[in-house]
Design a protein around this ligand. Structure first.
Ligand code: GUN
Length: 292
């Protein structure tokens, strides 16, 4: 079997086209969705991600503002900016790019963001909502994976799904989202003793560890959907995922390439969450006026 290549760029573009008309509808009501991005430090990858996020906002007609701080910036300054943005009616989504410098407390910063502007879905309020299955803002990367599975009509209910990776950004929320759709979910980690014991019977494998070549063809069931969230820079400068793409594609039913698979979806889901935050805010303002 040769796998269908899941085209994240094409699915992203289809979703963005739909979003543009929702942005226009909001515009008719005098609302322009706005995203604020906070970047602390000079991490090269983060600089690229933040630039791409701001560009994507413009691409669908949304407003964006980027606030850049030096590596040595005091935590209090970042917290003060978040407080200001929480009260800014032009801003519907706030994102603090991770990783933060070591002297800044991640948890304190993420929890300073108002949960109704937490478009990354990292605030404990939204993490809790994800556990109970009713989150407004699912974290962008696993949200994007779910959108890809649905776009290609890959069945989730009742399937065996293996998530490799247990991060707060991808692995854990990914497992919860698959579970919410009644998959039988196994979470493996980079320390799992015999990964193939679990992956061999999986209908869906999501690899999110950051180890190039971790998932090989012998570990995959014929016809499985293999989703690669890995983003590794090889010594050659080439970008590679966690999956041995060339060999796994000969056995899988569906596979995501790196780049061009999950990557483009992450930003698109950030736009989707920001748009949703703006729509919810507009709705709340309407209700408030009606009851005044
Ligand atoms: N760093 C790597 N991925 C992410 C993400 O999804 N959101 C934020 N804020 N930072 C990240």
């Amino acid at each position: 079997m040769t796998a269908t290549i899941i085209d994240g760029r094409a699915v992203s573009e289809t979703m963005r086209t739909k979003m543009r008309s929702r942005v226009e509808s909001l515009g008719l009501r005098g609302v322009r969705p706005g995203l604020a991005v906070i970047l602390v430090g000079e991490d090269a990858a983060s600089q690229v991600y933040v630039r791409n996020k701001a560009k994507a906002c413009g691409d669908v007609g949304m407003h964006s503002e980027v606030f850049r701080y030096d590596q040595s910036t005091a935590e209090a300054l970042v917290l003060a900016k978040i407080a200001e943005l929480n009260n800014d009616p032009r801003i519907h989504g706030i994102l603090v790019q991770l990783p933060l410098p070591a002297h800044i407390d991640n948890k304190k910063v993420l929890e300073a963001i108002s949960p109704d502007k937490d478009v990354d879905g990292f605030h404990v309020h939204n993490v809790g909502s994800l556990v109970t299955g009713e989150s407004d803002f699912p974290p962008c990367t696993p949200h994007g994976v779910m959108a890809l599975l649905d776009h290609y009509g890959i069945p989730i209910e009742g399937c065996n799904a293996v998530v490799i990776g247990r991060s707060n950004i991808v692995g854990k929320p990914m497992a919860l989202m698959l579970l919410a759709r009644s998959a039988t979910v196994t979470i493996c980690t980079s320390k799992t003793r015999d990964l193939s014991l679990f992956t061999k019977t999986a209908d869906i494998v999501v690899a999110a560890v950051g180890k190039p070549g971790l998932v090989t063809a012998d570990m995959i069931k014929e016809g499985a959907a293999v989703i690669d969230v890995g983003m590794n820079r090889l010594p050659s400068g080439k970008l590679a995922g966690d999956v041995d793409f060339e060999n796994v594609r000969e056995k899988a039913g569906y596979i995501t390439p790196v780049p061009g698979g999950v990557g483009p979806m992450t930003i698109t889901m950030l736009l989707a969450n920001t748009l949703k935050a703006a729509e919810l805010a507009a709705e709340a303002a309407l209700q408030e006026r009606a009851s005044a």
